[in-house]
Every structure is written in C-alpha cells, then in structure tokens.
Design a protein around this ligand. Structure first.
Ligand code: NAD
Length: 467
C-alpha cells in the first residue's frame, strides 16, 4: 500500500495513528492515512503561527509562490487523478478536470490585487483602507470535490497573507494529503499544513485557540456546529453549506434541449454537488413529456467504476450518503410518488445507485424538501410561475437556482425573484474563479472566489494620518 503523509511545518508526518479509506466502487478499504492526534494538530497550528509573520510581509513573493503552486498542479503526478477517482468515485476524466480546475483557480487567484483604497489625501491628512490578513486559517472541506474545494480556500487565504491548517473529509483525505506533498516543495515551511482525521479533528480545529478564521465547506448541520464553536473566540467565519436548488422551467422552452441540460445540472458528479439542481418545477401542460424525457436520459447513462472507460457517473461516495439517498427515495415511494426510472441500487458491491427520476411528488415530501445530494431528482408540476417561485423560496436553503425560458429577459426577471446566492438563466452549475459563490439563508455566510472571496480572508484596517 502506498504511504500518505500529513504536511506539518513543511515536513512529512506519518502520524502515530491511522485509519482506512474506502473505495466507493468496491466498498472496501484500499488505503491507510494518518489519523491526526491532538498533539500533532497543536504542532500544525504552532507551525502556521510561526510562519505567519514572514509570509504576511510580502505580497509579491506570495504571488510568485502561488504561481509555483499552480504550475506544480498543472503537471500533477500521474497517480493524483486516479487516486481522486478511487477515493471519491468520479470518472477518471472528471478527476483530471477537477485537478486542472484547481490549478486554473490557483493561477487566477494569484493575479488578484489586494486593494489599498485612498479615501482622502489632502495637504493635512491621508486616509487609507487597508486589508490585513486575519492570521492562521483553519480550513475544513467535504468529500465531493476535495481537490477543487481545498484550492478555493488555499489560494486566496495564502495570497492575502494568511497561513493555514487544512483538513479534508475522512471519506476523501488522500488527494488533499497528496496536494500537501506536492506543494511542500513550493511553499515555505508552516505556510500550508495538511492534517487528516475524522470529524473530531474538525471540532478540535474550530475550537483551537490559534486560528483567527475558519473557512468551512460542508453540510448545514455541521456548519451550525462550526459557527457555535467559533463564537466564544469570535473567530471569523466563511461557511459554504448545503443547497436545495430549484430549477423552474417556463412554458416556452424547447423541451428536449432543456431536459438534457437540466438532467446534467442535476446528475453531474452523481448529484453530489452543493449547487446541483435538486428539484425541478415544470408547468402542468409540459409535465408528462418532461418526465418521460428526463427518464429516458437517466436510463441512457453509463454508471460504473470511475476507472472504467466510458463511465459517465460513478458511485455515491460513502455508505451513510448511499443510505440517505435510498431512504429519501423509499420515503417518496411511501408517499405515493412515481419512480419513472431507477429507484434501486445497482449491483451488490460498492455504493452504486441507479439515476432516479421521481414524478407524482410535491413539496412536503422529504425528497423535495431536503437536500438529497445524490442521483435522485424529484420533478414537480406547477400551475403558475408565481406559485413555482414561492415554492422554490419556501425553504431555509438559498444556495442557487435556475430559470429556463426562450425569453432571457423574462427568465432573468423570474430568476431575480429567487432567494439564493446565484440565479442562473438557461444554465446551471456555471461556476467560475472570478465569480463570487456563496449561499443565502442557511446555505452559508460569506462567499468564495473572485476578489470578494479573497477579501473574506482579510480584516479591514483604516490608516488615518494627520500630516
Ligand atoms: P459534513 O458537514 O458532514 O462534513 C464536512 C467536513 O466537516 C468534513 O471534513 C468533516 O470531517 C468535518 N466535520 C464534521 N463534523 C465537524 C465538526 N463538528 N466540527 C468541524 N468539522 C467537522 O459534510 P459532507 O457530507 O462532507 O459534505 C456534503 C455537504 O457539503 C452537502 O450538504 C453539500 O451541499 C455541502 N457542500 C457545500 C458546498 C458549497 O460551496 N456551498 C460545496 C460542496 C459541498
């Protein structure tokens, strides 16, 4: 078995304990990784704190180092994409795209300026707004896009002058540990520390006295615990949490073309995307043909091991998530929903679930009201658009949403009524490094990406000078 190490103070740390990582395509442990102890976490935090003064001094030097990080990830070791497929489940080409995406995100972020705004500059006074790094950042990530979501935190936090301790999900720790191993040669010791462990390790990080900022991506339930844990020390927070994105189809669309885009907006990465389409509202007169078309698309998808050529969708990442999707679909069945296609596991090994389209369902059933985060899509009929918007908004979630129409002006007008961080028209999942991404309501606090995400890793300082 290959050995994976934590990165603490620029050094490889095997750790005194370990835990197994399961390949979701087989359901079996295929690797061991370090299980970070409290003492090892203290070492990582102390290393980040020691590295902070020198690292925070020179933005030009930081920019150069980040470009070096991007270059290192642009030519990753051969095994990185394969390892991502093995621990996460996604097809190998998608794994390679995720790694390339992380490199692109890093090099884009390295171009951003940290502004000094001059509010006043007269003969007698000068007032500047400066942005100072917050200090040590504790970063915690989920299992759906471990490489990309780590980079959404690493690049802006480091460019802003912070140092970091990052912890991936226990379901997908390997590629983040490997990123640490790759970037160890590029970054000064202590600037980026990578530790692996279970949920307890996350809780130790958020209550640790050293970090001044927590950047967390994960579920709403955990996000609330993180916020509570940050409160006594008033640590700064960015929370990127779950979503229950509604897609509202207007009556004028081209049905086949729209169905295909909606299908992939829902099922990409086997539905395990925070901002995937998680419920579709369709006008009554279009309901039956839309349901049939989505069912046909779901039937035609090749589901299998991400390592097999031609696989379009891999397994669900882990057993609890597999059980959750199963439970929500079974609950929908009990409530009289119609399973158009899917609704069962595939094979007996691993966590494969058939792409599932569910009709005859409405608000008030768990599959519609809760985040399924998996390959099962409820399709709901509506009578008038205002009612569809009201139902889309009647939730604590507020990550993103989309409206589909031949008329982009009308589409944008309806989309602007959605209570969410991103409102798309005739597309979904269009996420880019220069666009702020974040959730309204329970879907998050703050944003990531672009200049807005970068400034989230800073504190404002007013420098007010009398000449
Ligand atoms: P999760 O909340 O279970 O875990 C996320 C991370 O938090 C893991 O690293 C976990 O070990 C850690 N953790 C668990 N308990 C903790 C605690 N008490 N204190 C600190 N850390 C703790 O989420 P998940 O199942 O890994 O990910 C799926 C969820 O993430 C979905 O809800 C999805 O929508 C959301 N997500 C959001 C975004 C976004 O940008 N908004 C992106 C991807 C995923």
């Amino acid at each position: 078995m290959a050995e994976f190490t934590m990165t603490i103070d620029g050094k490889a740390v095997k750790g005194s304990k370990s835990f197994g990582v399961i390949n979701p395509a087989t359901g079996k442990v295929f690797a061991q990784v370090p299980d970070c102890t409290k003492a090892e976490l203290d070492q990582a935090m102390a290393a980040a704190q020691r590295a902070f003064p020198a690292w925070s001094r020179d933005v030009a030097a930081r920019r150069k180092v980040l470009n070096g990080c991007a270059a290192a990830l642009q030519q990753p070791p051969e095994g990185l994409a394969r390892m991502l497929t093995q621990e996460q489940g996604k097809p190998l080409d998608k794994a390679a795209q995720e790694i390339m995406g992380a490199a692109i995100w890093c090099s884009y972020t390295a171009t951003l300026e940290i502004p000094i705004e001059v509010l006043q500059d007269s003969a007698t006074s000068r007032v500047e707004i400066r942005r100072k790094p917050t200090g040590v950042v504790a970063a915690i990530t989920p299992w759906n896009y471990p490489v990309m979501l780590a980079m959404w935190k690493i690049a802006p936090a480091l460019l802003a002058g912070n140092t970091m301790v990052i912890k991936p999900s226990p379901f997908t720790p390997i590629t983040t540990l490997m990123m640490g191993e790759i970037l160890r040669d590029v970054l000064p010791p202590g600037v980026l520390n990578v530790v692996s462990g279970g949920d307890d390790l996350g809780a130790w990080m958020t209550s640790h006295p050293i970090p001044r900022k927590i950047s967390f991506t994960g579920s709403i339930e955990t996000g609330k615990k993180v916020a509570a844990s940050a409160a006594p020390d008033l640590k700064r927070l960015t929370l990127e949490l779950g979503g229950n994105d509604a897609a509202i189809v207007l009556g004028d669309v081209d049905l086949a073309a729209t169905a295909e885009k909606i299908f992939w907006g829902a099922f990409e990465n086997s539905g395990q995307i925070c901002s995937a389409i998680k419920r579709v509202y369709v006008p009554e007169q279009m309901y039956a043909p839309m349901l049939a078309k989505l069912g046909e698309l779901a039937k035609g998808v090749k589901v299998g091991s991400g390592l097999d050529a031609g696989t379009q969708l891999g397994p669900i990442n882990n057993k609890p998530q597999f059980e959750r999707v199963t439970e929500l679909v079974e609950d929908a069945k009990k409530h009289g929903a119609k399973i158009v296609t899917g609704g069962t596991r595939l094979g007996s090994e691993g966590y494969f679930y058939a792409p599932t389209i569910v009709g005859g369902i409405s608000d008030g059933v768990r599959l519609v009201d809760e985040e399924q985060f998996g390959p099962a899509l409820p399709v709901i009929a509506y009578k008038d658009v205002d009612d569809a918007v009201r139902r889309a908004n009647s939730t604590h979630y507020g990550l993103s949403g989309s409206v589909w129409s031949k008329d982009p002006v009308r589409g944008a007008e309806v989309a602007s009524q959605l209570e969410c961080g991103t409102a798309w028209v005739n597309q979904h999942l269009a996420i880019a490094p220069n666009l702020p991404f974040g959730g309204a309501k329970w879907s998050g606090i703050g944003v990531e990406n672009g200049p807005w995400g970068l400034l989230g890793f800073t504190e404002i300082q007013v420098v007010n000078v009398v000449k």
